[in-house]
Design a protein around this ligand. Sequence first.
Ligand code: C5P
Length: 223
Amino acid sequence: PAAVIVAIDGPSGTGKSSTSKAVAAQLGLQYLDTGAQYRAITWWMLNNGIDVHDAEAVAAAADKPAIISGTDPRTPTITVDGADASGPIRTQQVTSAVSAVSAVPEVRARLTELQRTIARSAERGVVVEGRDIGTTVLPDADLKVFLTASAEARAARRSGELTGKEATDLAATREALVKRDAADSGRKTSPLAKAADADEVDTTELTLEQVVECVVTLVEKAA
Ligand code: C5P
């Protein structure tokens, strides 16, 4: 059978990553976390003294870091210039800077090309998660899923992933998340958006297992 390509988009905290990894593992597909790539470029910019709000400086450096994404859903890794960046890309500092970097067209052009190359070469098929996969990166995907959830549910899930003081401040988490989604949805170049032909799944009242089952069923129907 031909390799199946699954695009999973949606705002933060809807369960995109957990769902995408579980679906890929269950169906024996590869997995690509495009958010991790935007985070990796952002981490590199911060480490190299580039002002993330200076779009020209970000554009000029967009091609510099070497980024390699692992595609095993059980052990997703990402390296930047040969160093494992899987931990550092999840810090608050990177999270609050990433929307500015990902709005720069040169950054998007570079990563979109990289993502298409990885998806095309995935022999067993691939689950690709992000914000613009169904609309821009892989408009010919066999299945497009758009995950949503209430802002409350998203903030509660995100704060469950955080530790210590960050986790206790639910209101601040909610505010940061809503702000990041507004930036991602409002940017000019391939904003966060639901593709016209995507299946929308509201995960507010669903467990992870239920969302995974739902998406697996949709993949089996589409393949
Ligand atoms: O999914 P995650 O929260 O790790 O994504 C981090 C950020 O990367 C998003 O807030 C968004 O700014 C950017 N992103 C994007 N396009 C994608 C995936 C992520 O702009 N396809």
